[in-house]
Design a protein around this ligand. Sequence first.
Ligand code: MV4
Length: 504
Amino acid sequence: MFQKVLIANRGEIAVRIIRACRELGIETVAVYSEADRQALHVRYADQAYLLGPAPSRDSYLRGEKIIEIAHKSGASAIHPGYGFLAERADFAQACIDEGLAFIGPKPSSIAAMGDKAVARATVSSAGVPVVPGTEGQGSLGDDDLLALAPQVGFPLLIKASAGGGGKGMREVRSMEEMPGLIHSARREAEAAFGDGNVYLEKLVEAARHIEIQVLADQLGDTIYLGERECSLQRRHQKLLEESPSPFIDDDEDLRSRMGQVAVRAAQSVGYLNAGTIEFLVDKDKNFYFLEMNTRLQVEHPVTEMVTGVDIVKEQIRIARGRPMRYTQDHIHLNGWAIECRINAEDPYNDFLPSTGQITHILMPTGPGVRIDTGVYPGFEISPYYDSLISKVIVWGETRAEAILRMRRALEEYKLVGVRTNIPFHQNLMDSFRFFGGQFDTRFIEERFSMEPATNSRAYNPEVAAILATLVAHRQTRLAANIVQRGARDTSNWKWLGRWERLQR
Ligand code: MV4
């Protein structure tokens, strides 16, 4: 049992975790950097401790300091959220060694899945399909890679063992390209992860990225909570996720086969708590294990909306040694959920990050809309962390209703002070291919373009300001429904007044 949980994170996910704790009657301890003194997670927590200067390595990555704060504050568990220390096996181990519960998987599972080549070999021996390639051969030298390449076949991918996020990944079309691309992949992997090991995989073309959420408790139960469609990404950054996947939709057979395989992959490393199995699904609906994320994910809310399961509360229950509240038979997907990640970046300028103060913000609400955020009016978007401002998550009975609701929500969203990718999401909601569910992992980068709103050379900020003023003025007039002299009065308020007088 724990009475108090320390949240080793910031932003929307720290707020999300604090909310779950509140509802469970658990006290919360926030940690924050100098840039986050005014952050929402600091305001919402029962206690908050300063970690240090803004850069992550001086604050949110200081594992020892965080453990020390846990002891000082009387917290008995640490929730790592996503990013920062969430997938550091050494941090999870340090928590356990210090007598603190780590709300997540065992360090050994994090380590096994952290090395992509080891993960492939491990799940493959458990009968999980992986893309044909090199596996279970330990670390490979350049000569091994060159010798194995023809067996794998072209086109192929060189991937970094320490991997993730497409870093150190190279597409190879022929033997001639191999030596040069092995070299550059190793160099990039070495720079990013301090580990230059690489392996080979056959390239799966026109693939979709579909992932399965799993939960596993200490009593030996492992369940899957349906899938999330995550193919809409740009440079390996997800922009929109949905559940179910339009590619699987009513193919219950495919869904349960993928779910059962995901459970088997998790069990192959003795997995505990929440995790996600990523699959590549080709156009013939063959699916292959890609990697496992051993943490709570940004896009977990779409699964919560269609299953009704509060994943963070389940994580806490599991870490306490309690049984999950659900067995597989309880899990049914109801309706459709879509999440748009609203980022502080300029979609008209190569998605360049945008920083500064959010001077005004009005977020959508109403039926079927959930907003997860860590910002508020006056909040300063700093360059130190990711650019996520909020997640707009909508639920609808059908995919069409969810899309129409997302359009409505994005229209309601008003934000002044930083540039956002809201126009990108609005364009996407108008795309026939998106509406038809016809997209793969290359759609955004290869087939979807953001046309500048106007001829950008003729762009004139003064004209833009005048137009904006006129539009705002017109909206106010329409809202008040000002009646012109001699015009017929259609004001609802006047109509209501007359009706009320008649009732007296
Ligand atoms: C692949 C692939 C095609 N074939 N592996 C990209 C990041 C890393 N996690 C795995 N990635 C891919 N692996 C094989 N054998 C295509 C991708 C890929 C991708 C995967 C998921 C989501 C978006 C992607 C965008 C480009 C490439």
